[in-house]
Design a binder for this molecule. Structure first.
Ligand code: GRF
Length: 207
C-alpha cells in the first residue's frame, strides 16, 4: 500500500558524522510524495556534526546525547531512549551512528530499528568494516541494510548491494564508492520498511 494512504511514517535518525545517508533520506522526504516518511528528529552522540547541520538546514529538530555527560553508559542509554521515544517514532534509523545500543534501547524499539553497514554482512561486522575488507583482500564488498538486534551487526538482513574493490583502493576511496551505492539503497529501504510499519499499525487498528 502506498504511504500516502496513511500519515507519514515518523523517523528518528541517529548520526555521528557527515550525515550523507541522512541527507538522502531528507531528500526523499522532500522530493518524493510517495516516500511516505517524515524525519521528526535527528539525534547525535557528539556535538557539531555535519549531520546535525543538515537536519537544522531541513528544519528538523536535533538533540545531542553524549556518553561523557552521564555517570555511566546505562544512564546515557536511558536518556537516549527517552529522547528518541519522546518523538514517537515509527522507525529508528541509525545512519552512521557509531555507538552500540544496549538492552534498554533495543527492547523499547524492538523490530523498529534499522542500520546501514559498509560491507556485505556477515563478513566484516564492526566499526572498521571497510578497512577490514581491504586488509582481507576481498575483490567484492558492498553495503548491507539490516534490522538492529542485540548483537553487533547481527540483525536480519533487509537489503544488500555489492561494490567492487578496485586495484589501488584505500579505505577512503573504497568507502566513498560504497557510500555512492549505500545512500540510495538505504533511503529506499528505510522508506519501504517505514511504510510497512505504518500500514501494519493501521491494519491492527492501533493508529
Ligand atoms: C556509512 O558508510 C555507514 O554505513 C557507516 O558510516 C558511514 C556514515 O556515512 N557506518 P554518513 O555519515 O551517512 O555520510
Amino acid at each position: 500500500m502506498s504511504g500516502s494512504a496513511h500519515q507519514p511514517a515518523r523517523l528518528v535518525v541517529l548520526v555521528s558524522g557527515d550525515g550523507s545517508n541522512l541527507q538522502a533520506i531528507l531528500d526523499a522526504c522532500a522530493n518524493d510524495r510517495s516516500y511516505g516518511c517524515q524525519v521528526v528528529a535527528v539525534g547525535a552522540d557528539r556535538s557539531g556534526t555535519r549531520g546535525q547541520q543538515r537536519a537544522a538546514d531541513a528544519g528538523v529538530p536535533t538533540f545531542v546525547a553524549r556518553v561523557a555527560d552521564y555517570p555511566d553508559r546505562e544512564a546515557w542509554e536511558r536518556h537516549l531512549t527517552s529522547q528518541v521515544a519522546s518523538y514517537q517514532p515509527d522507525l529508528v534509523v541509525c545512519a552512521g551512528f557509531m555507538k552500540v545500543l544496549g538492552a534498554t534501547f533495543i527492547s523499547t524499539f524492538a523490530g523498529r530499528m534499522v542500520n546501514t553497514h559498509p560491507a556485505l554482512l556477515p563478513a566484516f561486522p564492526g566499526a572498521h568494516a571497510v578497512r577490514d575488507a581491504l586488509a582481507y583482500g576481498v575483490k567484492l564488498s558492498g553495503v548491507t541494510v539490516l534490522y538492529i538486534d542485540a548483537g553487533v551487526d547481527t540483525g536480519p538482513i533487509i537489503a544488500q548491494q555489492a561494490v567492487p574493490v578496485l586495484p589501488g583502493d584505500d579505505e577512503a576511496s573504497l568507502h566513498e564508492r560504497i557510500k555512492t551505492v549505500e545512500r540510495p539503497l538505504f533511503a529506499r529501504t528505510v522508506g519501504e520498511v517505514a511504510r510497512q510499519v505504518v500500514a501494519q499499525r493501521a491494519h491492527s487498528g492501533a493508529a
